[in-house]
Design a protein. Sequence first.
Length: 659
Amino acid sequence: MKSLPRQAWLGKFPASSCTKLRRTFSARNINARNDKQTDTNPPIQVFEKNITKDALEGLIRNHWNLYKTNKVHCATKNTISPISKIITETARADTSKHFKTSRTYRSFLRWELLRNITNSTKLPALLALLKKSDDLLFDLYHTDDKPYLIDSLITNCLKYNDIANAVNLYIWYYTNIASTVPDLNIAASMINAIAFSSPYTDRVSLQSFLLIMNFLSQRKVNFRLTEQNATQICGKAMSQLNSTLNKDVLNIVLDVPFDEDNTVRNLQIRTSYSLIKEDFKRNNPAGVLYQWKSVQNHYKSMTNHDSRILYQVIKLFTKQRSYRIHCRQIIKKLEPEYYVNNALLLPSLINFATKTNNLPLASKIMSDITKYSNAKTQSCNLTSRLTLSTLLRLHLHFKDSSGVERILKQIRSTNSDISGSDYQAIVLHLLKTDTDEDLLKAVALAKSVKGKQCFPSIATIVNKLAGTYKQAKNPNSIRDRSIIQNLLNTADVIDPRHMDKLWDIVASVYTKTLTTYRKKTITQMLQKGNKVAHKTESSADLLKYLFIKSCNRPACESTADPFNTPNTNDINLKLTKNNKLVILRTIAKEARFVNKLHLLRWCVTEMIKAGMPLYEVELEWNVMEKHQMRRCSFTDRHSITHNLKEHGIKNFKSVIQTN
């Protein structure tokens, strides 16, 4: 490596270290002149002057900043620079003390030795220094035995719990020095150290785990985790909730082969269930699909799966049109006797039939209820408020007036009031007629409901009117704006601190009203000229501005009625775990529509921060854009990856990369 001029690298150090460096450099130059005629590659000189731990680590960090010799991607060999010589000479007197107390110094010596492992002149001096630092089994007569040296270095790393350093040295050695297959015994020892490492270093340990496993995978080495290590690492990953790191680690654990009675299978199922619950709360269907496909075939029968997880999967996929095909797959595998007598699955299947306007499925469900329901179901499940509300929605949707009357009669017979969900079903039924008369009836009904029970109905009406109130050709835009204002002001009085999820919905709906991707095509925009295009770009930037502005605001500061707030600077949206990804997807669609790649990349970055790894973002985007991906019935998680390669957007990753 070419050395920097003396003043160039000297200026990188703190002023307090410069005097020592000049003295050291002067002593080194005198020795160099005396030895110039006899040895062009002199060994490292002994320098007995003491140096503090902080000063030593400062020198090492500056050296690394200049030469990057602690980075795996830096392939340079034989790199003893003037700075590294001064560091080793200065620390030599107290090298044992520094080695035991400074992780930075230990890492420095190991890196210097490994990068000079092929340098027969410099290697013995470094080995001697390392042997003096710690009583290792380094034998100076075996300096040509490179596997022995890397094994000893890794052993030393693990002795001091320097796991990240061990993994980096291992990867660098087998990338730049060895031409053989990576030693799996060394890899196993590092994985074992990671599995039983301190919980205080879980994040760093898991990052190291990903590095080593991805490296072995790239080398196509067949390495299998032990059950014990898989269990320990899984536990560490689960402590890192709401991060993409835990998903990346757990995906590796999910690939561990298992026997039918193996504890690994149960571990994998519990792991996927936990991730499904988190992604369900985030409204992340791509994440739920990945995890569900990982374990759906772990049991021979679908009925062995936790019905609460099946309920969440079906409910989320029902709301997402692009994922409904996967609902159908699950429903086909459910035995009628099982789902009819399950208090969660029966309402979810009824709701799916309603949402998809599937009359044959609805008829089959009603027939199965008559045929397979047991005594407990008839006395409890069928009279529960959840089931009755779902049945009311079903009969309203298919315009079965006698069924509606029968369900309402059952609700009254239970001595309970009509719930907010029941009112919402009636309001939704009225809005579907698209008449002014029924709209006013729906508004009056919503306002007649007391307390927070009116919130579902208000959300439904706002969602209906917000899509059209800004359109220039809408003759009722003033009326619609007034209705929205009136309803949201009513809700604000009931819930002034904005704790209800109604305000999450308001934020999501308002964000959609600012978009243009559903209102105009690119051709129409170009025909109307630059003015419209500029306005569209401004809308995209406004969406980002509102998101950033609202990110750290408490719920009580969110704007009750953003639709009627003239100055966007006064608008704050309620952002929560439930709606962040929904809003970011909306902004990403708008960014793609107006061809603002920097905004699209920003959205992807924010999605990753919100707990959605890049591969889930890619799946979500392909499901939205490609009909081939929407129609695919994936058999497992790996089939998703395969179909993305075959039918996915080819340049997706290159587009969202910032470099």
